[in-house]
Design a protein around this ligand. Structure first.
Ligand code: 5RP
Length: 227
């Protein structure tokens, strides 16, 4: 299987995995990216079994709508049982780096509204220590240089992502060379920098469940300590 076929399998298995949460009045949180796209395509087959979806990006909302799946704003729902999304890196504690698709802020918001975060990631995303993938940070454009200097102070090498605006109208700095030994601490530290909207560390609220391929099969793992 090539990587896209694995991502497709992960999307299908994720739709199976969330079956217990599908109810006619339930809304599903949906992530962004090529793996999440396969999940959206798989959801199309069961769309009559849930009320609709909250999307983490305009691109995912458009794809959901193209399948006839109802998309609602987060403000319209009181709860989300489950959020399904990919990752750029995930470690054994199920902390992640996300934001390769520039959707990190809405991803973090929708994820934080959900009871369960189900990560669908092919095995190339598995790492012992986060940080080989440059950490995406969404910044208010007027604060870009200020934030970049502070990130250099934290040991990073920020690079402006060319020709990119987020769905919120902001810019992305991709930060190389960070030594991420304590992801939750660094997540909080970066969030304290004025001008940072969100950083792509998902450690304070990591994944609860991971679907990842092992030898061509999808293995389902729960985070240690999660119900
Ligand atoms: C988008 C993300 C994606 O989940 C991440 O980039 C993984 O993408 P893909 O499934 O295409 O490998 O965080 O902002």
């Amino acid at each position: 299987m090539n990587q896209d076929e694995i991502k497709r399998l992960l999307g299908i298995k994720a739709a199976d995995y969330i079956d217990p949460w599908l109810q006619v009045d339930a809304y599903i949180g949906v992530g962004t990216g090529s793996t999440a796209n396969h999940f959206i395509d798989a959801l199309a087959g069961v769309q009559h079994r849930f009320a609709g979806a909250v999307a983490s990006s305009v691109a995912s909302a458009d794809r959901l709508k193209s399948h006839g799946i109802r998309v609602v704003e987060l403000n319209e729902v009181s709860s989300l049982a489950v959020y399904v999304d990919g990752a750029d890196e995930i470690n054994p504690a199920f902390s992640m780096i996300k934001g390769g698709g520039a959707a990190l802020t809405r991803e973090k918001i929708v994820a934080s509204a959900a009871d369960q975060f189900v990560c669908i990631a092919d095995s190339s995303k598995w790492v012992e220590q986060l940080g080989a993938f440059p950490l995406p940070i969404e910044v208010i454009p007027m604060a870009r240089s200020l934030v970049a200097r502070k990130l250099v102070g934290l040991g990073g090498t920020p690079v402006l992502r060319e020709n990119t605006r987020t769905d919120n109208g902001n810019e992305i700095l991709d930060v190389h060379d960070l030594n991420i030994t304590d992801p939750a601490h660094l997540e909080s530290q970066i969030n304290q920098i004025a001008g940072v909207v969100t950083n792509g560390l998902f450690a304070r609220r990591g994944a609860d469940v991971l679907l990842m391929d092992v030898d061509g099969e999808v293995r389902i793992q729960k985070r240690r300590g999660s119900a």
